[in-house]
Design a protein around this ligand. Structure first.
Ligand code: DDQ
Ligand code: CA
Length: 273
């Protein structure tokens, strides 16, 4: 009898007390520190603006005063442009040589940095008249996205690597593999620095990853399939993928558009419970 109650005690400890203790511990940690998993956000469109349907948008940023800067791709159609938010009107246009395919764009002080597809070449323009300041070679595998926190440049090259680049030397100063729950996220494209995070369009998807640039972990996903679906339903069958995020840090407005999209949207995020 003694032996069987010992066996029962051991059974109870390992099969009931320990699992209960572990699960309540996990529960307590969750209650104390919040959910461990990345958050998922749906979007609400709060404003729609016209967007040049011939702009193969590859870089987008907000520069204050209802003004956007945009970089467009395609050989022979690539450009850098200053665009009025409200009307979508192109106010200043700088065409690129037809051997270049425009990609990511970002603004530090008055200098616009742009990278190009499949060449390691980047350009620097004066943001007032878009005259070309300079040409540079970057150290990423390719030129896809660019953004800035006003100190360093963030860059993407279509892989899962997020780069930090020195805007003075144009050299890579740090890099991280972007991971979601331990899985690499490839095809990082257009970038934006938003409230201390780096946001990235994932090429070929209707998703934006919210990335912690400290370690490359994905903090959350923004799901935007409704934008492209609605445009197609409205007869815009020739549009390409979602691409282009811009952030107005003063008024906390988020803008998104896509390649050959006739519209640019101001959106708000809603966490999906
Ligand atoms: N990228 O934006 C994903 C970096 C590049 C998109 C390229 C789209 C294909 C355009 C067709 C090129 C014709 C030579
Ligand atoms: Ca951007």
């Amino acid at each position: 009898r003694r032996r069987s109650s010992l066996i029962l005690a051991v059974f109870l400890i390992f099969c009931v007390v320990v699992p209960l203790g572990i699960s309540s511990n996990v529960l307590w940690t969750k209650l104390k520190y919040g959910p461990v998993l990345p958050r998922i956000y749906s979007i609400e469109v709060v404003n729609e603006f016209p967007h040049d349907p011939e702009a193969f948008t590859q870089g987008l940023l907000y520069a204050g005063n209802d003004t956007l800067f945009e970089s467009t791709g395609m050989y022979g159609l690539s450009s850098v442009r200053k665009v009025a938010l409200q009307t979508g009107k192109v106010e200043v246009l700088q065409r690129m040589e037809s051997s270049y395919f425009g990609e990511g764009l970002t603004l530090v002080d008055r200098r616009l940095f742009q990278v190009t597809w499949l060449t390691k070449t980047g350009f620097i323009y004066d943001c007032y008249n878009l005259s070309k300041f300079d040409k540079f070679t970057h150290q990423m595998n390719d030129g896809w996205g660019l953004a800035t926190d006003d100190k360093v440049l963030f860059g993407s090259d279509g892989t899962s690597t997020l780069y930090k680049i020195d805007p003075q030397t144009l050299k890579v100063i740090d890099k991280h593999i972007v991971k979601f729950n331990g899985y690499e996220v490839h095809n990082l494209n257009e970038l934006e620095f938003v409230k201390g995070e780096v946001w990235a369009n994932v090429w070929g998807t209707d998703c934006i990853a919210r990335i912690s640039y400290g370690d490359g972990s994905v903090l959350g996903w923004i799901l935007l399939p409704t934008l492209r679906e609605e445009l197609i339903r409205d007869g815009n069958t020739g549009i390409d993928v979602l691409n282009g995020i811009a952030w107005d840090s003063n008024r906390n407005r988020i803008f998104v558009t896509g390649k050959l999209w006739p519209k640019l949207y101001e959106i708000k995020l809603h966490p999906i419970k």
